[in-house]
Design a protein around this ligand. Sequence first.
Ligand code: UDX
Ligand code: ADP
Length: 468
Amino acid sequence: MTSLKICCMGAGYVGGPTMAVIASNCPDIRVTVVDLNAAQIAAWNSSSLPIYEPGLQAVVESCRGKNLFFSTDIEKEIEEADIVFISVNTPTKTQGIGAGRAANIKNCELCARTIAKVSTSNKIVVEKSTVPVRTADAVRRVLACNDKGLTFQVLSNPEFLAEGTAIDDLQRPSRVLIGGEETPGGQEAIQKLVSVYANWVPAAQIITTNLWSSELSKLVANAFLAQRVSSINSISALCESTGADVSEISRAIGSDPRIGPKFLQSSVGFGGSCFQKDILNLVYLCESYGLNECAEYWHQVIKMNEYQKSRFTKKMVERMFNTATGKKIAVLGFAFKKDTGDTRETASAFVCRDLLAERAKIHVYDPQVKREQMMLEFDYTLNVNTTTEPDLEKLITTSPSAYDACDGAHAIAILTEWDEFKTLDYQRIYEKMSKPAFIFDGRNIVDQAALRKIGFEVYAIGKPWPSV
Ligand code: UDX
Ligand code: ADP
């Protein structure tokens, strides 16, 4: 007999891994993940999971079919559940009020409407998706409109996992945050969710707050993390101008425990589904309360990121004698960071777009990203498609390996920090490249001195450029 039933709406990067870890730590709880997308559910039920995440496959296989299920029968699973998680995508609005800033919560609202329609018993509804502050209010009001006299408690339980380390982050979270109403019913619901996490998370790491603090904390956590990356990236530009070395600066400042060493790795710019979206959300929130200075303060984090991405391509073109036209450029890495196949807001797409504008011939290799996904990203985030760029298919090639991508290339741009790029046979690559052979390291992962010894001209973010 299972004690509790959980249903999660949305089988994506957050819903899938989170529910797999809950199921594996709570054998008495029956967990079902549902999605509108049948192909996504079929993939979760197969040996080829829809997302790449180290350790995920083993966790899923250990409990799938026992107390973890993936299904498209959304209504039945909601009806049977005691707790329903909403873990759907909330992308930035592309049109209408708040376009380019506000998150679109239409998927959350749709979930709430479905829950209200099909439920026949009281339930706890948990917001897992990152949402604008006060979304819980919208969800609660939609749920309250049910005509069956049912009571729903809405909780906010934002996810702090980072892609590429999701399983570890979920197994050993720095904290679990649960926000709920201050009423007795709200407190009871909070305790029920606390008891789920208490199966494997120490009590001291489970933080409970009011609903709005929980929702806002998620945006603020991501804004602070992104701010650190933008701060160090701003310094990388200064390093290149002065001869200082950004890695030395990160080490020097990060060893002050008040600053700390993490998120000080200078890069070609941050990407991912959260940072930009959440900061824009925060900016929109500040603006809507008339707090324009606060809005502008946070907006600067995004502007610095835009600058970092475009600065990189400019530098590439400049170093290649001010022209990339017709040159073969090997782009190593398309995912927004290593150990994931996720391409949302990836800096690599921005660099490729700017290289396309220069009419370079781009050969991309990424161990986890398929061409179809890459093209979707160009279209969705950058509006680059075969209509806006008729030569797109010709100008962008996807290569089966790093060596193929680099064969005959004028330059290599390393845009994702995949470990395999650290150990490539650069001597072999050099021999087959056009000369002078350039390497532009957007992640500071290669041994610059060794590469220069081979003969490469190396440019790395925030590093001194020796006179040649
Ligand atoms: C982030 C938060 O870390 C996580 O807590 C939240 O739940 C979701 O958003 P994620 O987007 O998966 O996670 O990746 P993260 O590791 O935070 O990296 C975001 C971007 O910043 C990546 O493009 C990464 O390459 C970049 N980054 C990170 C740097 O450029 N330098 C750093 O030092 C750290
Ligand atoms: P995240 O990174 O937040 O997990 P994803 O895009 O990876 O976002 O996953 C969100 C999932 O939610 C998608 O698979 C999408 O099909 C699903 N989804 C969106 N709306 C609904 C809905 N109303 N009911 C069920 N699933 C939904």
